[in-house]
Design a protein around this ligand. Structure first.
Ligand code: ASP
Length: 428
């Protein structure tokens, strides 16, 4: 029995936590008349404590996780010089496709309005004021004092500072070996800490769901379902409209041919929820399609680290969901901040399961949205993580095809199956 419980994966535990929390919440809402037990003991103490402890643990991770991840990610782009213009073009395409992804997500969120009807103000109170102008946003991106930004968790200046450190580390490679290693190890520590915190996710999610649905009852279900649908629509648009369009525009290659062969890699990313683990398969498959390893061995690992279009879509929809649920009106400058921060969050998101949710707190913070809203979407995130990871790695592959095509590093005959690839057989 114990062995059986042990064999359940964390993702499934989170799902179990979510379902139990939902059921307990609904039962409390409908059948328990005793306000003392329901409200005072459970909702305002036990569930409140369990849920908020978990949220606090997640918040604790954000600043160091994003900081180290960005420094290490940017510093590893040292090959830009050796690889010439490919590096610049690749990064540009990665950033632009991510910005497009968030924009699509915000648009879908505005149209379908998943958070409307989920009156979170009634369950949790927040004191949010958003009155930054665009010029303020731009000015505030540069830290007055990077250490105070780190201390207060002011993410945009922290990101700018981290990018600068990364660039300098990449430039001074030989002279900064030790500090480079320290940052790399710092990154490893934060990834491990994330793994540990995630172990508490099932309990945290249970409490958050029970508290929310204890307060809202069945009313809360529809918005959550709408949220999932919005994210899936966004992912589908990115994968099957945006990617094929840019592929045709830049290469005139047939995207159907691409997807037919690439689908197995997407399935692997889907079932593992990690871009990092998909790197070898992605490389092999692209080679089978005629892409030179010289390009892909640079662009694919880089993409798995900094290019997360699927994650950005989830974050864009989540922002709209939370804003609507709390009745907060996000103005144009707040939306631009979201696009910018989500692109940065995509760079700061490691290619492993669930990190997109941790960096989502930073996107929420950038426009003053209550981080607690993340608790509601946490439970179903495991499933969305699978879909978005498949999109994340597809974005890396499409960009690699475009970049290699433009640099004569793609054999069209192999892509069009008129010629066999030179390499040995691959597993998938
Ligand atoms: N699981 C995603 C990836 O590996 C990251 C995330 O969005 O959590 O690409």
């Amino acid at each position: 029995m114990f062995d059986k419980l042990k064999s359940i994966s964390l993702g499934n535990w989170i799902l179990i936590g979510m379902i139990l929390g939902l059921v307990v919440g609904l039962i409390l809402n409908f059948y328990v008349d005793n306000t003392f037990i329901k409200k005072i003991i459970l909702m305002d103490n036990v569930f409140y404590l369990g849920g908020n402890l978990f949220i606090k643990l997640m918040k604790m991770l954000v600043v160091p996780l994003v900081f180290f991840s960005i420094v290490v990610g940017v510093a590893s782009i040292s090959d830009i010089k050796t690889i010439g213009s490919i590096g610049g073009t690749t990064i540009l395409i990665y950033l632009i496709t991510t910005a497009v992804a968030v924009t699509i997500a915000l648009f879908i969120g505005m149209t379908i309005q998943p958070g409307v009807g989920l009156n979170m103000g009634a369950v949790q109170t927040s004191n949010v004021t958003i009155n930054q102008t665009m010029t303020d946003t731009i000015l505030n991106m540069v830290p007055d004092n990077p250490f105070s930004s780190l201390a207060t968790g002011d993410m945009l200046p922290v990101i700018i500072f981290a990018v600068l450190i990364g660039i300098i580390l990449a430039k001074l490679r030989q002279e900064t070996k030790i500090i480079n290693k320290i940052f790399t190890e710092g990154n490893t520590i934060m990834m491990e800490m994330t793994n540990i915190v995630m172990k508490f996710a099932p309990i945290g999610v249970f409490c958050l769901m029970a508290r929310t649905f204890g307060g809202l009852g069945f009313e809360g279900m529809l918005p959550l379902a709408k949220y999932v649908i919005c994210v899936l629509i966004g992912l589908a648009i990115q994968a099957f409209i945006v990617y094929p369009s840019i592929m045709i525009a830049f290469t005139r290659l047939n995207p159907i041919r691409f997807f037919k062969r690439f689908i197995s890699v997407m399935f692997f990313a889907f079932s593992s929820s990690t871009s990092n683990a998909t790197i070898p398969l992605n490389l092999n498959k692209l080679e089978e399609m005629g892409v030179s390893r010289e390009v892909s061995s640079f662009t694919i690992p880089l993409g798995a680290t900094i290019n997360m279009d699927g994650t950005a879509i989830m974050q864009g929809v989540a922002v709209m969901f939370a804003a609507q649920a709390y009745g907060i009106d996000l103005g144009t400058s707040a939306l631009i901040t979201v696009i910018f921060t989500a692109v940065m969050a995509s760079i700061g998101t490691a290619g492993v399961p669930s990190v997109g949710l941790v960096t989502l707190t930073m996107v929420f913070n950038s426009v003053g949205l209550p981080v607690n809203a993340i608790g509601i979407i946490f439970g179903i995130d495991h499933i969305l993580d699978m879909f978005r990871t498949a999109v994340n790695i597809t974005g890396d592959a499409i960009c690699t095809i475009i970049v290699s095509f433009r640099n004569n590093a793609l054999d069209k005959d192999i892509f069009n199956k008129k010629k066999e690839p030179k390499k040995h057989k691959h597993i998938m």
